[in-house]
Design a protein around this ligand. Structure first.
Ligand code: CAA
Length: 258
């Protein structure tokens, strides 16, 4: 598929989406958002794809929503169009694992897009931030919510109120990223993890993702019950029988996604 702002590719069972709008440091314009949503849809429907890696360039994952596009918009424009909502829902509702491989700037909507993914692998040069306050606005793609849940109130509040950037090491210490890798290894590592996940049972992976996500949105008691019921339901799958039999028989499992 030919796009203007992204490039898609596959590496075995991993779908790769690369944000590719270098003249604006991958700023998230409306067309890019649409293309991204379409690419996620296509990979999600493709049974051969077990995980998706979302990445940008070495200089920028994405430097935020497109400021020049937003600048002339009125309140009525953004309210009536429910600006950004469809995009957020699309990525957030993707049932397959989405890994953000972040190098360079992940600012504003770029940081928020990375946080919408299931986990973030960061290159050593990654810089995260919510600089919207410096533009006279606030994060609008989940920054005040997801960053707070990821790093806690104090750091999220400081980041959102000052707009300062945090580097990869601070982001890893704070729990925003799962790990840091050298810039040159970023895609190999992300694809390697995606491939490992894609070799597992896809429906069980989906259940696991659903259960972890639930912890964001519910009380501990309800979350534990949700997890327990999903756990129970895995016992109705062929893949759970295969996984446990393979362990008992000291061989590798062959999952059938059933
Ligand atoms: N929107 C539109 N264009 C952008 C952009 C953005 N978010 N970020 C960078 N660009 C463009 C610049 O305008 C510039 O274009 P020209 O060459 O045509 O002038 C080009 O990308 C390169 O940028 P710089 O020359 O500024 O590069 P730099 O290396 O000197 O600085 C930077 C890099 C610190 C990331 C700087 O570009 C910057 O501060 N960008 C804006 C970051 C920001 O405020 N993001 C939040 C946006 S609001 C938002 O995202 C709302 C939300 O929550 C949804």
């Amino acid at each position: 598929m030919a796009y203007n702002n992204i490039v898609t590719d596959t590496k075995g069972p991993v779908g790769i989406i690369r944000l590719d709008r270098p003249k604006a440091l991958n700023a998230l314009c409306a067309e890019l958002f649409e293309e991204l949503a379409e690419a996620v849809d296509i990979f999600e429907k493709d049974e051969a794809i077990g995980a998706i890696v979302l990445t940008g360039s070495e200089k920028a994952f994405a430097a935020g929503a497109d400021i020049l596009e937003m600048q002339p918009k009125t309140y009525m424009d953004v309210y009536k169009a429910n600006f950004l909502t469809g995009m957020e829902e699309r990525i957030d509702k993707c049932r397959k694992p989405v890994i953000a491989a972040v190098a360079g700037y992940a600012l504003g909507g770029g940081c928020e897009l990375a946080m919408m993914c299931d986990f973030i692998i960061a290159a050593e040069n990654a810089q995260f931030g919510q600089p919207e306050i410096k533009l006279g606005t606030i994060p609008g793609l989940g920054g005040t919510q997801r960053l707070t849940r990821a790093v806690g109130k104090s750091k999220a509040m400081e980041m959102c109120l000052t707009g300062r950037m945090m580097g990869a090491e601070e982001a890893e210490r704070a729990g925003l990223v799962s790990r840091i890798v050298p810039l040159d290894d970023l895609m190999d590592e992300a694809v390697k993890v995606g491939t490992e996940i894609a070799k597992l049972s896809q429906p069980i992976v989906m259940m696991c993702k659903e259960s972890v996500k639930k912890s964001y949105e519910t009380t501990l008691t309800e979350g534990l019950m949700f997890e327990r019921r999903l756990f129970h339901s895995t016992f109705s799958t062929e893949d759970q029988k295969e996984g446990m039999s393979a362990f008992a028989e000291k061989r590798s499992p062959e999952f059938k996604n059933r």
